[in-house]
Design a protein around this ligand. Structure first.
Ligand SMILES: NC(=O)c1ccc[n+]([C@@H]2O[C@H](COP(=O)([O-])OP(=O)(O)OC[C@H]3O[C@@H](n4cnc5c(N)ncnc54)[C@H](OP(=O)(O)O)[C@@H]3O)[C@@H](O)[C@H]2O)c1
Length: 258
């Protein structure tokens, strides 16, 4: 009997981390469903994955459009229900060069894509995985979820929200054979990281991040966070007295722009 193919869905696959993850999983016996809006970038990632032996299906949907998202999720049933779902699509905004504040519509779009979309995908797929008794959902949060940064309040809020959601979901799904992993990266080279204001210590390549994420997913780790010094520092901000944490955030160069 032929070995069973592993079906892996990755959103944000046209981006740095999603693309590197697609390549990290690409091998014979694996089918990748790759999502992203930029069809040219997505096709380039697909080509690389096919060269490594994976089958690839492209899903170039705009996840912010429920009219595209919902029918696509409906189609992921039965033999098309993924074994592993990695939710890496995301955007960032900031308070602007002169600290004028975030645009309210842009903030709503960010909260929808970074928080509501992964929740929606999980709410559609988790019951099917639960009924099957297997599967794994992976949410890409950020170390910025530990303590809000003055220049990116909406982004930090969305990542703190998805952190709490993933943690909650893990406890509920574990008895049904479904894994949930939360990923909290530090700075990783990407278009998004490039546009992010503030210092970027311990900047990792997307390939390095993908290796660590893949290893943690294989172990069904509850939380994968890296790099260690930054992860420890950000965790400290969450447990220190709030006033002191605010001082440290400013002192490290992440204060509000004026
Ligand atoms: N890079 C970092 O330093 C860092 C740190 C912590 C956490 N993260 C998180 O890691 C994840 C990946 O980020 P990245 O660094 O790889 O950024 P990136 O290279 O900018 O990739 C972002 C991805 O999100 C997709 N996306 C954006 N809007 C979308 C939409 N409406 N519908 C579908 N896809 C959409 C983009 O695809 P299209 O443009 O093709 O649609 C792209 O594939 C994000 O969730 C980010 O918050 C990144």
């Amino acid at each position: 009997m032929p070995a069973q193919r592993r079906l892996i869905l990755i959103t944000g696959a046209s981006g740095a981390i999603g693309g590197a993850l697609a390549r990290a999983y690409a091998q014979p016996g694996v089918e990748l469903i790759l999502n992203g809006r930029n069809q040219q970038l997505l096709a380039a990632v697909a080509e690389g994955c096919q060269a490594l032996g994976a089958e690839v299906t492209l899903a170039p949907h705009d996840l912010s459009h429920a009219a595209a998202l919902l029918p696509w999720l409906d189609s992921l049933q039965g033999a098309r229900l993924p074994d592993l779902v990695i939710l890496a699509a995301g955007i960032n905004i900031s308070t602007g060069e002169n600290g004028s504040g975030e645009d309210i519509d842009a903030s709503a779009r960010l909260m929808a894509l970074n928080l509501q979309v992964p929740m929606r995908i999980a709410q559609a797929l988790a019951p099917r995985m639960q009924a099957r008794g297997s599967g794994q959902l992976v949410f890409i949060s950020s170390l910025a979820a530990w303590h809000g940064l003055p220049v990116t309040p909406s982004y930090c809020a969305s990542k703190a929200g998805i952190k709490a959601y993933a943690e909650a979901l893990r406890g509920g799904l574990a008895p049904h054979g479904v894994g949930v992993t939360l990923v909290m990266p530090g700075y990783v080279e990407s278009a998004m990281a490039h546009d992010m204001p503030g210092p970027k210590p311990w900047l990792w390549s997307a390939e390095r991040a993908a290796r660590i994420i893949r290893r943690g997913i294989a172990g069904n780790r509850a939380r994968i966070s890296f790099p260690l010094p930054l992860a420890f520092g950000c965790w400290c901000l969450a447990v220190l007295p709030a006033g002191l944490a605010q001082h440290l955030v400013r002192w490290f160069g992440y204060g509000a722009r004026t």
